[in-house]
Design a protein around this ligand. Structure first.
Ligand SMILES: Nc1ncnc2c1ncn2[C@@H]1O[C@H](COP(=O)(O)OP(=O)(O)O)[C@@H](O)[C@H]1O
Ligand SMILES: [Mg+2]
Length: 271
C-alpha cells in the first residue's frame, strides 16, 4: 500500500484546498462486496484529472460514488471543504457538480433544446443565458436544436449529454468515457472538447478507456486496479512510466508511435 500513501498519491497536485476530495472511499453495490477499496482522489480548481485502469477496475463506480449514485460505506467526500458524503445526486447538482454517464445520457424522445432545458430544471430562469454559453461550446448543436436526441449519432448524443451537464454552470464535471463507441475522429473531438471545457474554467474528472489519449490531455491521472489506487501522477509522467506502460498502456512500441504523434491542438509533439 506504499503507493497510496499521501502525499505521493496526489503527486503533482497544486497546493491549497482541493475542490473535490475523495478520501479512502469504500463502496459497492451488493451487501458485503466492496468494489472500491479505500480509493482516493483530489481535484483542484482548474484541473483536468483522469481515471484510467483495466475494465472492471471500479472507474465508473468511483464516479458514481462521487455523484451520490453508489453509497459510500467508509471514507469521506468533501466539496470545497464541506462534507458531501452520500449526498444525493440532485443535491450535488445544486452545489455545482455535473455528471455525464457513459450510456443512456440523453432523453431520446425530447429535442436537443428540451434536453438542455432538463439540465436547468432546478433553475429554469437560467435557461436562455446558459443556452448561449453552452451553444458557444457546441456550435454544432445550434441549428439542430429542434431535432429529437434519439435521432442523433453517438458523437452528437455525447455532445448533448455534455451540454446538458454544463447547463447549470457546474464547477466540477464528471465524465464517464466520453470517447467510448465513437469513431477515431469523433474520439479526438471528444478529447479536444473536454479540454476546451476545462480551459473555460470547469474542473473535470474524466474516466477513460483510451488511457494513452487521456494521459495526453490530463494534468494528472489516477490508475485504478481492482478498486484500489495503483499509480498516480502527472499525465505525461505516467505515460513514460515503464510499469504503467507494461501493465496498462500496452507495448513500448505503441508508446514510441504515440511519442511521434503530434498534439493536434498545440502543434507540439504528443508527449
Ligand atoms: N450495478 C452493479 N451491480 C453489481 N455490481 C456491479 C454493478 N456495476 C458494476 N459492478 C461491478 O463492479 C466492478 C467495477 O465495475 P465498474 O466500476 O463498472 O468498472 P470500470 O468502470 O472500471 O470498468 C465490476 O466487478 C462490476 O461487475
Ligand atoms: Mg466504466
Amino acid at each position: 500500500m506504499t503507493e497510496t500513501a499521501a502525499p505521493a498519491l496526489h503527486r503533482g497536485a497544486p497546493e491549497g484546498e482541493p475542490l473535490l476530495h475523495a478520501d479512502r472511499l469504500v463502496a459497492g453495490y451488493l451487501p458485503g462486496v466492496n468494489i472500491l477499496q479505500e480509493c482516493s482522489l483530489v481535484l483542484h480548481p482548474g484541473e483536468l484529472v483522469g481515471i484510467i485502469g483495466p475494465n472492471g477496475a471500479g472507474k465508473s463506480t468511483l464516479l458514481k460514488a462521487l455523484f451520490g449514485l453508489v453509497s459510500i460505506r467508509e471514507g469521506a467526500l468533501t466539496l470545497k471543504g464541506e462534507d458531501i458524503t452520500n449526498l444525493r445526486a440532485d443535491a450535488l447538482v445544486g452545489r455545482g457538480v455535473g455528471f455525464v454517464p457513459q450510456t443512456n445520457n440523453v432523453f431520446p424522445s425530447l429535442t436537443i433544446e428540451e434536453n438542455l432545458q432538463m439540465g436547468v430544471y432546478q433553475a429554469p430562469q437560467k435557461f436562455s443565458e446558459r443556452l448561449e454559453v453552452v451553444l458557444d461550446l457546441f456550435p454544432e448543436l445550434t441549428h439542430r436544436r429542434k431535432q429529437r436526441a434519439g435521432a442523433l449519432s453517438g458523437g452528437e448524443r455525447q455532445m448533448v449529454a455534455m451540454a446538458r451537464a454544463l447547463m447549470p454552470e457546474p464547477s466540477v464535471l464528471l465524465l464517464d468515457e466520453p470517447s467510448a463507441g465513437l469513431s477515431p475522429v469523433r474520439q479526438d473531438e471528444a478529447f479536444l472538447r473536454t479540454r476546451r471545457i476545462n480551459k473555460a474554467g470547469v474542473s473535470v474528472v474524466i474516466v477513460e478507456q483510451n488511457a494513452r489519449r487521456a494521459l495526453q490531455i490530463c494534468d494528472r491521472a489516477y490508475v485504478l486496479d481492482q478498486g484500489r489506487n495503483a499509480y498516480s501522477g502527472p499525465g505525461r509522467e505516467l505515460m513514460h512510466d515503464p510499469k504503467v506502460i507494461e501493465l496498462y498502456l500496452g507495448t513500448l512500441a505503441t508508446d514510441v508511435d504515440a511519442a511521434r504523434a503530434v498534439d493536434r491542438e498545440t502543434g507540439e509533439p504528443g508527449v
